[in-house]
Design a protein around this ligand. Structure first.
Ligand code: GS8
Length: 215
């Protein structure tokens, strides 16, 4: 039985999982769970993820939710294929740097960029109106985070060091959507963050993943 991902092609957290699978060259089936019809709150799906959210990964007997746990599982299971996303052959300090930037993505970068992207891009697609004050507030928070990234990326080609890792990959889905909002300037005004974005978003695996996003 092959790998199944339950989710939607436009969902950032689903895209994080697909990006990891594509980096590793793993074949998968995307099973559509349509948030617009409430499919994620139906008992058969809640049996897979008790939080009733996408994505879910099913790999034989292994069923996982939380996209960051799933991307780490993929990076670990397929450590031999494609890039060494967790620097498993590296020193303790090198692996710790991957963990550090994975945490920064989840704890510092994720909350403001998710709120900004929802307000500026997703909400209008769902028929709502963007609240400019929310966008400004979240952009203010993200700006401070990206100042830290600018300093880091001035010294290091990728977030965890000289190699592309899962820490970089986990940032791609939300940054991709940020670039489609008027706040893309948060990236384009920071030369090292921009160079990093141009590099990570030009990877063949990301281009393949992006081709599946409907807009
Ligand atoms: C968040 C999943 C999530 O918010 C993860 O997997 O990383 N921390 C979790 N999923 C959204 C779709 S955006 O990708 C979702 O399922 N929303 C519907 C809901 O919460 O009811």
């Amino acid at each position: 039985m092959g790998v199944k991902v339950y989710g939607m092609p436009m969902s950032t957290n689903t895209i994080r999982v697909l990006a990891a699978l594509n980096e590793k060259g793993v074949e998968f089936e995307l099973v559509i769970v349509d948030l617009r019809t409430g499919a994620h709150k139906q008992p058969d799906f809640v049996a897979l993820n008790p939080f009733g959210q996408i994505p879910v990964l099913e790999d034989g007997d292994v069923v996982l939710f939380e996209s960051r746990a799933i991307s780490r599982y993929i990076a670990t299971k397929y450590s031999e294929a494609g890039p060494d996303l967790l620097l498993s052959g590296g020193t303790l300090a090198e692996r710790a740097a991957v963990d550090l930037w994975l945490e920064v993505e989840s704890q510092q970068f994720g909350p403001p960029i998710a709120a900004l992207v929802y307000e500026a891009l997703i909400k209008p697609m769902l028929g709502g109106a963007t609240d400019a004050a929310v966008v400004e507030a979240q952009a203010g928070k993200l700006e401070k985070v990206l100042d830290v990234y600018e300093a880091r990326l001035a010294q290091s080609k990728y977030l965890a060091g000289a190699e592309f890792t899962l820490a970089d990959l986990n940032h791609i889905p939300y940054t991709n959507y940020l670039m489609k909002t008027p706040k893309a300037s948060l990236v384009t005004s920071r030369p090292h963050v921009l160079a990093w974005w141009q590099d990570v978003s030009s990877r063949a695996a990301w281009k393949k993943t992006a081709a599946g996003i409907p807009f």
